[in-house]
Design a binder for this molecule. Sequence first.
Ligand SMILES: Nc1nc2c(ncn2[C@@H]2O[C@H](COP(=O)(O)OP(=O)(O)O)[C@@H](O)[C@H]2O)c(=O)[nH]1
Ligand SMILES: [Mg+2]
Ligand SMILES: [Zn+2]
Length: 386
Amino acid sequence: MARKRPQKKRVAFRPNRQARRRTDDWTQRWQEGDQALQDHERGESIRPKGDLSRKRTILVDGDNAPLVDAALWHRGTVVKVHGLVAYVDEAGRTWECTVRRILRTLDIRGRSPVTCGDRVWVSDHSAMCSGRLVGVIEQVEPRQTVLSRRDARGREHALVANADQLLIVVSVAKPRLRPHLVDRYIVAALKGRLRPVICINKIDLLDAASVTDEESDDQGGLPTADAVAELAKLGYTCILTSTLSGAGLAELLATLRGHITVLSGQSGVGKSSLINALEPGLGLATREVSSENEKGRHTTTHAELIRLSAGGYVVDTPGIRAWDLWSVKPAELEALFEEFVPYVPQCRYKNCLHRDEVGCAVRTAMEAGQISARRYYSYVKMLDEV
Ligand SMILES: Nc1nc2c(ncn2[C@@H]2O[C@H](COP(=O)(O)OP(=O)(O)O)[C@@H](O)[C@H]2O)c(=O)[nH]1
Ligand SMILES: [Mg+2]
Ligand SMILES: [Zn+2]
């Protein structure tokens, strides 16, 4: 494919103390052709020299996309950000990077324009650091997805970029399987445009769990086999695992390979144990936390990608567990219960929330056994929560 010749372009950059910030995502703008860059180009000729000198020259291709020099730069994935240093994984090598000032200048709402999961291009500066893999992040590719959390002031912070799967980890016992919780995570995954994958861990406890199942019926409990059948019927991938017996681990690894997968699930279900089993040698702490610690850790904003030798990354971060239904509106919920979708147009009222409205086709489908009653009541419960 013929590439247009790179052009030099003058772009303004925000002085450090200027208060005004862009309110949208600059990577998004890059995708859209970045009108701002074009505006600058047009304005350039009539600006006095003093103003011009506050711009800097970057290379862009003919379509205004920043130029990436694949021959000179290294493409990697940000696995961790500590202050001004971003750690970038390039097929098992870790680059210690700072971020090119122009990128920081273009930053908007977050404190950092780079977050873990970002696909970035790194220039090599290791010659100056006696061979240590030191680099500068020159470009950040547009984000496919962003998981964020809201801080106390209600501002959104990007935690992980480009995750494409949510691994919903539950256990058959200790703690027992709570299907409503699984439904919540499925909704959260779909809302965040992640593929939900369900992992039912500790299947070595299945026999012991049957007692627990019966006990938990009043709280919406469901025997494991029924839960699996229900999830399969909905079309979601469901993997049964045991870190003790090794059951299901190969299948789990195959599902994670090549993806950025966020792990979610209650404390104690075995998330850290699963990662340790998939990636021996990591030695993540398991069992962890008193409930008090747990609370404190929920406020953590740091996320870290763990690289799998098989390919792909997993993220097991307490902060992610807090990431939840906050952004789902009641009217949005029906679309996130995917099996409801075919019935929704048949409801008598357009704004039907499928609770107790007259002529509700979703409710009728549930009464006729076409929609699981358990899922339906899970929806109603969630409706009250959002
Ligand atoms: N019986 C059984 N116990 C497990 C299994 N996986 C993890 N555990 C135990 O469950 C507890 C919590 O595990 P951990 O990995 O720390 O859970 P996390 O809080 O989700 O990270 C630990 O005591 C583990 O040894 C399993 O497959 N079977
Ligand atoms: Mg853990
Ligand atoms: Zn309805």
